[in-house]
Design a protein around this ligand. Sequence first.
Ligand code: SAH
Length: 236
Amino acid sequence: MRFDILTIFPESLPGLLSVGIIGQAQEAGQIEVHIHDLRDFTDDPHRAVDDRPYGGGAGMVMKVEPFVRGIEAIRPECGPNTRTVLLSPQGRLLRQRDAQRWAALDGLILLCGRYEGIDERILHFVDEEISIGDYVLTGGETAAAIVVEATARMTPGVVGRFDSIESDSFYDEEKRLGAPQYTRPPVFRGLAVPEVLQAGDHARIKAYREAEAWKKTARNRPDLLGLDLEETTGDG
Ligand code: SAH
């Protein structure tokens, strides 16, 4: 699978995407990540990517032409089954199932905004507008990295043991978080690893993990279970 990222800060992404499983997947040729400087697709001497907003107001708006030119230049290099995704706080919220769906594609072209966002006409040139959460970032680069991570790890072969994915949070129809995990030492500052995990009875371990996963889901994410989302602000 191929990822193409259009950004005015191409230098910001390679570090994050060259380590761990995502880095290994690139070395193994399972995924390709191409990062493009948006300014390469400008046609004025100042390589301007932004301009003042129509109707007035604070800040600058990113111009639509460099993004469209970029998409049109990248598209012929991509497989037929490629989708263009705009990262935006105004988009539909990213879900695990999006990562699963995208992992079956030939590629994704990811557009990173900055400033006040991109000229709204960009929506005529993208397939999806996606937000990574209900908060505002200064730019789409970290959001694009999140899309690459989430999608790449669903790409067959990238994560060695698929059963580790299946027990992860959100895999199970997005209704359940992952079970709590422990490693050595068996006791840390008086905190013991649950006895059942140390005893080696696999049927009991499985049942225990399942029960703990549902408990944690009910505690932290009742909304996933269709229960009322009490204001879980994290300070209670
Ligand atoms: N004025 C806009 C915010 C622009 S933030 C508004 O009120 O909605 C600047 C850029 O950061 C956006 O173009 C987008 O690419 C990125 N960005 C910010 N928050 C994001 C989020 N939650 N998800 C995805 N991208 C985001």
